[in-house]
Design a protein around this ligand. Structure first.
Ligand code: F0G
Length: 456
């Protein structure tokens, strides 16, 4: 087979620099050993996130100039609304400044204290928004999803029996809605099958519980369905996405992922009563309903981006980059979540740094080692991000200790990936030198962003 090439050429460049290793050591020290606190210009290959970090297309830059900045009823809003409706099928569309704003509005309007929200896996901001209003966020990922080495096509699926049991145990009255995250970011960017979405909907229908899709990476998920699930091989990604949304009662979206935009999000639903409460909260927190949290030019950019994310050639290239890195790591025996996800490669820090116990945060050790070795910035998705405290106040480690290398869309080329392989290999060969960390400062919510760490 021939090399899969980037389906674009580069029209504008942005310089990157590798500062010296002694400067990197100093920078990390100043950042209290938390890569979130580093200056971005000190990170040569920045894989902290695929969120809002993508490159816009020529069509998007052109659309930006068409932005209608009218306060109410702008042309850009009409375009945005019709694009979102075309893809999702929902009748009510609310633009927000990003995904967590949509989550916040949903949580504040629909969740009461002690309510329970099941999901395959909640993202950290989703969990925080639920907990902030007194709800409980529970993860009901299928068993395959917890096995980092098992090659299985849809490891993001919901565990159907656990979902049924959860509803029976908690009772319908305390479950205002159920969520499904596609693809499942925190579990390795693993896809959810159409059959699973359908089955979840069937269960929820029995109890009249609405289903909300966390749709950040809906187009990557649609591609996985096309490639891996019987019956979808000839379908356009748009049709697959439409079917995914057809089983849901609403969705939260961060357009910083599969909207191919640098900012933006939306909240959508069909229920008129829900829509009224969303609209009231939107006006209070984000803005007038026809622009929400965004400028007219952002609405334009997102309208183009959402459709570009559904272009088949783009998704073929996108997945080829992730697989390229995954295959190189596999050849070298470097532990990572198999199969690779849609937007990222997840290193298995528990296996990679097996001499560091979970509560000394092996993921932080590995993230920091990658930065020192080559100016590569990844992110821990383990006990710092997802650790909990039990009733006795003791810290409970997360089920997985992962390090995510997330790929900005349309940004890095194959040579960047080759460099990345060299750095990971170097760290792998010297893994016995990686130390554990302890936390010296942490805030109450979303501690991974601002915590300070010290080497053990
Ligand atoms: N849901 C999922 C599955 C996400 O991955 C994110 C963001 C959000 C919701 C929130 O969206 O950032 O626009 O407010 N994920 C980014 C990441 C931050 O790095 O994975 P947001």
């Amino acid at each position: 087979m021939r090399t899969i090439i980037e389906p674009f050429r580069i029209k504008m460049t942005e310089p990157i620099h590798l500062i010296s290793q002694s400067e990197r050591i100093e920078a990390l020290k100043k950042a209290h050993n938390n890569v979130f606190l580093l200056a971005a210009e000190d990170c040569c290959i920045d894989l902290l996130t695929d969120s809002g970090t993508g490159a816009m297309s020529a069509k998007q830059w052109a659309a930006l100039m068409l932005g209608d900045e009218s306060y109410a009823g702008s042309r850009s809003w009409k375009k945005f609304k019709s694009t979102v409706k075309n893809i999702t099928g929902f009748s009510h569309v609310f633009p927000t400044h990003q995904g967590r704003a949509a989550e916040g509005i949903l949580a504040q309007t629909q969740i009461s204290p002690n309510d329970v929200i099941p999901n395959n896996s909640h993202f950290d901001t989703t969990r925080a928004n639920i907990e902030f209003v007194g709800g409980k966020a529970v993860n009901l990922l299928c068993d395959e999803g917890l096995n980092t080495t098992l090659e299985s096509p849809f490891k993001g699926n919901m565990h159907l029996e656990k979902l049924k049991k959860c509803i029976e145990d908690v009772g319908r009255a305390r479950i205002p809605f159920c969520m499904m995250t596609v693809t499942n970011n925190t579990g390795g960017g693993q896809p959810v099958s159409m059959a699973n979405i359908r089955a979840v909907k069937e269960i929820l229908k029995e109890y009249d519980i609405p289903l909300i899709i966390d749709a950040c990476r809906f187009a990557e998920n649609a591609y996985f369905i096309r490639e891996k699930e019987a019956g979808y091989q000839d379908k356009p990604l748009l049709e697959i996405a439409q079917e995914m949304f057809s089983y849901a009662d609403g969705a939260t979206m961060s357009c910083k992922k599969d909207g191919l935009a640098n900012i933006g999000g939306f909240l959508v639903c069909n229920d008129d009563q829900w829509a009224e409460t969303f609209q009231n909260a939107l006006i209070l927190r984000e803005g007038f309903p026809t622009y929400g949290g965004l400028a007219g030019r952002d609405l334009e950019v997102i309208s183009v981006g959402l459709m570009e994310a559904l272009e088949y050639d783009y998704q073929v290239y996108r997945h080829a980059t992730v697989e390229y890195l995954g295959n190189k790591l596999r050849e070298r025996g470097i532990p990572h979540v198999r199969p690779v996800g849609g937007h990222a490669v997840f290193l298995d820090a528990r296996a990679f740094v097996s001499h560091v116990p979970p509560l000394q945060y092996p993921g932080i050790g590995l993230v920091n080692a990658l930065y020192i070795a080559g100016g590569v910035r990844g992110v821990e998705l383990g006990s710092v991000m997802f650790g909990k405290f039990n009733k006795a106040g003791q810290e409970v480690p997360a089920p997985l200790e992962l390090v995510r290398l997330a790929f900005p869309r349309r940004v890095y080329t194959q040579s960047h990936f080759d460099y990345l392989v060299e750095i990971i290999q170097e760290v792998w060969e010297r893994r016995s030198e990686i130390s554990g960390y302890r936390i010296t400062y942490q805030p109450k919510f979303l501690r991974h962003f601002t915590s300070h760490f010290e080497r053990v």
